[in-house]
Ligand binder design. Structure first.
Ligand code: NAG
Ligand code: NAG
Length: 389
């Protein structure tokens, strides 16, 4: 008896459904120190941490979901950014894009500072989703734009994962303006790497009430090795490298004498870009020194004194699960990490509609609502009495 095509289709579909329901829809694994005040805070107020994550039904695997998420035709158009250039002591310039609907400054609202990924801008899809959702909840948002991305480089220097000087200036500038405001930070991917380092360097004096760190490659040495594999290279590395090269191209004259133009022209991966650009500009002996220097070590994790919730997926090509310091985080008083099955790198699309609010945004909003509404219950955060240095 021959099977009809319909029967084959139906049974394949059912087979796939069986597979999907077996493998997805799990609660994230949460690693935190059970006895810490932060752990109790999360248990009491952040219910998304126990919500099952149903990875996007059509593309549940992280690799392709990352691409789907990046290519989705989301049309948020945050049209109300007020952009401000911030000059750095070394003659550089970076951007603060303030979300100000109605062009109003509302200094009583809690504020979230967004540090986006490597080549992202205030207009990148996921950044706009975060901004929109924050505004919807009655919070304010400001996006930091690294040198060279939305405004051209003014000097022969762009950015590097181990240099938080611009971030320090950004937070100081904002805190100086609003000494008594509730302010939290969110770092995504590269931005998360910088934010974690910043929080570690500043300890009790981070000037932020809380932080959310998403898809952070805590160990860039491991992340880089994974990204150089040919399939990942083809999937993501090529696009990111092209964007990095555009930053260089736009400000090429600023880098004369610092980098070798002929070599940069032939760059085909992030690692090669870092060999010929980042490592050179920031004075590293080699790219391996640069990556090693960018690792968020256990010592760094223990120096963080700002309540910090991290979220990652177990199939993130930029953040190999083996390189995630989740056991170490569970020993600290201020860090917790949730790891989902599926979600990819800055993906976390959920359910059957890829345009619905991604899981990471849901968790982020849940967290910030808790942070702002119950700030008095956060560990060791009293009334903000910041002295600006
Ligand atoms: C910020 O810098 C950009 C690029 O250099 C420039 O076009 C823009 O006018 C500057 N904005 C302000 C407010 O100075
Ligand atoms: C948080 O606080 C605001 C303002 O006090 C209130 O409108 C909102 O309902 C609160 N949200 C939650 C989830 O408690």
């Amino acid at each position: 008896m021959a099977l009809s095509p319909t029967a084959v289709l139906v049974s394949s579909f059912l087979f796939y459904c069986g597979y999907y329901f077996m493998h997805y829809g799990k609660q994230p694994q949460v690693y935190k120190k059970k006895t810490s005040k932060f752990s109790h805070f999360l248990d009491n107020y952040v219910t998304t941490l126990v919500k099952p994550f149903w990875s996007f039904f059509v593309v549940p695997g992280g690799r392709f979901q990352t691409i789907v998420a990046a290519l989705l035709p989301r049309d948020y158009k945050v049209s109300y950014y007020r952009k401000e250039n911030i000059s750095t002591p070394d003659g550089g310039e970076f951007l603060l894009a303030w979300a100000s609907p109605g062009n109003k400054d509302e200094p009583t609202k809690p504020l979230v500072v967004i540090f986006p990924g490597l080549v992202s801008r205030s207009t990148s899809g996921y950044v706009q989703i975060i901004v929109k959702e924050l505004i919807k909840l009655g919070f304010s948002a400001v996006v930091m734009g690294n040198r060279g991305i939305e405004i051209p480089c003014q000097t022969g220097k762009a950015f590097c994962a181990a240099d938080t000087n611009d971030m320090q200036l950004a937070v100081n500038t904002i805190r100086e303006r609003y000494p008594n405001r509730l302010i939290a930070g969110v770092g995504i991917s590269f931005g998360g790497l910088l934010l974690s380092r910043y929080l570690a360097q500043k300890g009790e004096n981070s000037k932020l009430q809380a932080a959310f760190v998403y898809c952070c490659p805590f160990n860039p040495v491991a992340g880089s090795v994974n990204l150089e594999k040919w399939d990942n290279w083809l999937l993501y590395n090529v696009f990111l490298t092209n964007d990095l090269l555009k930053i260089y191209d736009r400000s090429r004259e600023k880098f004369v004498g610092v980098v070798d133009h002929q070599k940069l022209k032939r760059v085909r991966s992030i690692r090669e870009f870092d060999i010929h650009m980042t490592a050179k500009v920031f004075g590293y002996e080699s790219v391996d020194h640069y990556y090693k220097d960018s690792v968020i070590t256990t010592k760094f994790l223990h120096s963080i004194k700002t309540p910090t919730l991290c979220l990652c997926a177990d199939d993130d090509a930029f953040v190999p699960i083996k390189s995630l310091p989740y056991q170490e985080m569970a020993q600290t008083d201020y860090i917790a990490i949730a790891i989902t099955h599926g979600g990819g790198h800055v993906g976390h699309l959920q359910g059957i509609n890829p345009l619905s609010t991604p899981y990471f945004v849901e968790m982020m909003m849940d967290y910030f609502t808790a942070v702002f509404n119950h700030s008095d219950e956060l560990p060791e955060i009293e009334k903000p009495t910041y002295s600006v240095q």
